[in-house]
Design a protein around this ligand. Structure first.
Ligand code: GTP
Ligand code: MG
Length: 298
């Protein structure tokens, strides 16, 4: 029996939990089954009660209090504890059928995605072994980042770092697009969606423009205080980041407006395609030869 799932990730406040609720709601409206898992040991409020909640295993507030840890160290402890108690996840997931979409809501601390090898170990356990879940990651980044191009590409770099670390299929999503509507021309928005790093070259921010013109090869040492103070080092760094993203050409984005069912449906279609959900659901079409054989038998 196959199993299918999506891991919803991204920086703090990107809209992960809101997206999960919208996805659960959309699946319910379309008579599809879902199995909702909360892996954020600090999350308290849910529109839909999770089928599995990590807080039943371990809660961040208890860890912080008992072990005298801060929120980030506490979170890492919670995930290490989960890794040692994987039965908490794998046992109930064993019974989940192929008609379900397993939705996993993750915490937003970026160090979980970039600094420590806990997530690759977790996904390996879910995607391999007896569970063998066909799974993709939905990586959310706030659409409002497009007002600051350097910030946008820095966020894109984090998405890429997460993709490379996890080595699983990724669907990158620009969230909260309702807040962006009407603020950017459609043509320009398209360039952000495709993570067109040339955007860094024609930044409308006058300060950035000036520095790019000055940049050239003459900034030999970006650590020189003059270059740092003038902002040319920053601009040069941005260019290098842009080139890195270009060289990998791994990132493009889907747009999410949680208030728009079509937008959620569109993202769900991408997720379904990525994990090949429908291939497992649809009954196999009988082939012509099968009919002929049946006729001959009859
Ligand atoms: N306008 C708008 N606000 C949104 C959208 N999605 C989420 N928000 C708001 O953004 C804030 C954070 O949303 P969450 O869904 O809690 O984000 P999260 O990524 O789960 O946050 P953490 O779990 O704390 O990392 C909340 O105030 C949401 O109401 C959206 O599509 N549009
Ligand atoms: Mg959340």
């Amino acid at each position: 029996m196959s199993k299918f799932g999506v891991l919803v990730m991204g920086p703090a406040g990107a809209g992960k939990t809101t997206f999960c609720s919208a996805l659960v709601n959309h699946l319910k409206n379309n008579r599809r089954s879902c199995f909702y898992i909360n892996l954020d040991p600090a999350a308290e409020e849910f529109v839909y009660e999770p089928d599995i909640d990590i807080k039943e295993l371990i809660s961040l507030s208890d860890v912080m209090e008992d072990l005298d840890l801060g929120p980030n160290g506490g979170l890492i402890y919670c995930f290490e504890y989960l890794a040692q108690n994987m039965d908490f996840l794998t046992e109930p997931l064993g019974d989940v059928g192929e008609e379900y979409l397993i939705i996993i809501d993750m915490p937003g601390q970026i160090e979980l995605y970039t600094h420590i090898p806990i997530l690759p170990a977790l996904t390996k356990e879910l995607m391999g072994g007896s569970l063998n879940i066909s799974m993709c990651a939905a990586y959310l980044m706030e659409g409002t980042f497009i007002v600051d191009r350097a910030k946008f590409f820095s966020g894109t770099l984090s998405a890429m770092s997460c993709m490379l670390m996890l080595g699983m299929p990724h669907v990158n999503v620009l969230s909260k697009m309702d807040l962006v509507k009407g603020t950017v021309a459609r043509k320009e928005l398209k360039r952000f969606i495709q993570a067109d790093t040339d955007l860094l070259d024609d930044d409308p921010n006058p300060a950035q423009q000036l520095h790019f013109e000055e940049i050239g090869e003459e900034v030999d040492d970006p650590t020189e205080s003059e270059a740092v103070m003038a902002g040319t080092s920053f601009a040069k760094l941005n260019r290098a980041v842009g080139k890195l993203i270009d060289d990998f050409s791994l990132v493009s984005f889907l747009q999410l407006d949680v208030k728009d069912e079509d937008s959620i449906g569109g993202i769900l279609s991408y997720i379904d395609d990525t994990i090949q959900f429908h291939e497992a659901q649809e009954p196999k079409e009988p082939k012509d030869e099968d009919f002929e054989e049946a006729d001959m038998d009859g």
